[in-house]
Ligand binder design. Sequence first.
Ligand code: NAG
Ligand code: NAG
Ligand code: NAG
Ligand code: NAG
Ligand code: NAG
Ligand code: NAG
Length: 412
Amino acid sequence: MLPVLPLFVLTVILSVVSKPVVIRDSQFNLPVVRKLNFTGESTIPELDRARSQSILKRPTRIVHGDAARAVFDVAATNEALQYVTSVGVGTPPTNYTLIVDTGSANTWLGAMKPYVRTNSSVDTGQQVSMTYPSGSFSGEEFTDRLSLGSFNVTVQGLGVASRSIGFENVDGVLGLGPANLTIGTLFPDTEATIPTVTDTGFAQGVLTAHEVSISFQPTTEEVNVNGVVTFGGNNPSRFNNPISFVPLTATSPSKDFIGINQTITYGTSGFPILANAAGIIDAGTTLLLLATDTLQRYLTVVGGSNEPDPETGFYTISPANFARLQSLFFTIGDTAYEFTANAQIWPRSLNTAIGGNPNTIYLITADLGTRSGSGLDFMNGMVWLERFYFIYDVGAGEVGFATTPFTHATTN
Ligand SMILES: *[C@@H]1O[C@H](CO)[C@@H](O)[C@H](O)[C@H]1NC(C)=O
Ligand SMILES: *[C@@H]1O[C@H](CO)[C@@H](O)[C@H](O)[C@H]1NC(C)=O
Ligand SMILES: *[C@@H]1O[C@H](CO)[C@@H](O)[C@H](O)[C@H]1NC(C)=O
Ligand SMILES: *[C@@H]1O[C@H](CO)[C@@H](O)[C@H](O)[C@H]1NC(C)=O
Ligand SMILES: *[C@@H]1O[C@H](CO)[C@@H](O)[C@H](O)[C@H]1NC(C)=O
Ligand SMILES: *[C@@H]1O[C@H](CO)[C@@H](O)[C@H](O)[C@H]1NC(C)=O
């Protein structure tokens, strides 16, 4: 029995340097995916893991903005497995629903609603394509005017998919990761980089700070407009001071993404789970992925299941062991971030959304699929970001974290 994944499919996104892989020649829609049996065979942990494995096989510009200081808040919707936001494209704009992703940098649409060309649409003459573990898209690269709330950029690179698969109930992706992740996605200009909306906004002087911040929150509903993506700065109403910044990691392959080093310990005794190692912050991955041996150490100490539950792919924990579950501590730079017992489990009101049993307690940790020491030992996905404010300072090559009013929430 498969979970009702098509309604909640995680879109696992990564950038790969490759030629178009066209799986199907029609526009994506739900029946096609069901017929192809494409997403339904993968559990969320499997899709997340596929993304991490692809990253193990891979490779900002700083410009000067000079206009009035400007910070823009853009609402984002928690759909339990992914965050989406509405992006206006064209003049006048048509709205598209795009997945908020920090693990890729291509922005594209066309998976669902067709692209409406207006007088601000310009066909660059380049083809664009990406292959994802859970799907792919290919099409034509345009530039157009994009508006995210009141944040507008012009001549923004925009993929317009003529073929795509693996994207459910969304139009495409808003890629907010390092622009270098777009290298290899254009053809014939394979060396070109496509600036993200953050880069474009800064280059055009719309943003005075070359940065983007993400505020996610836990949810108990399948659709909840509880997130804010802030361009050009941060939103102090969404976190508790202070913010602590660390440089991006120098370790490959994490350094090609929004990579950091962190240490993970468990409980008040400081039981070691992961010694200082590199990994990434990825809003487009649902779960908290850990290297195989790291995950095993965690499951052993907390008394989680030995094997993932076959229905959902999630590891589980008994009510008795959950009652004893202590916090994880993520030490990033000099700061230890407490990830509570409640944060370590899937929201129980959403168990059925992953095809699970309402009375089972599912852990949000999953296996990355490789042993530690690969240079990508963790992926702090969306469930992790729901507990901490996150600032990606593209210009400085730094990331900042802060606790939020939801760090200790017990809603799960
Ligand atoms: C989907 O694929 C699996 C094997 O990967 C197969 O067992 C199952 O029957 C397929 N389902 C449909 C509806 O084709
Ligand atoms: C992006 O890639 C280019 C070309 O490979 C390289 O010179 C540049 O240093 C990279 N930028 C970053 C921020 O990694
Ligand atoms: C498009 O989105 C904007 C901002 O969310 C909203 O104000 C506007 O009404 C939407 N337009 C349409 C046609 O839905
Ligand atoms: C583009 O279309 C919009 C809306 O139809 C109009 O306001 C604008 O003047 C047009 N721009 C150009 C350059 O034609
Ligand atoms: C962005 O464009 C909208 C109209 O599409 C306009 O109302 C708004 O003022 C613009 N914002 C900025 C900062 O230019
Ligand atoms: C980051 O972690 C990697 C191992 O993944 C290690 O080789 C490197 O020395 C660490 N960097 C710092 C600054 O601690």
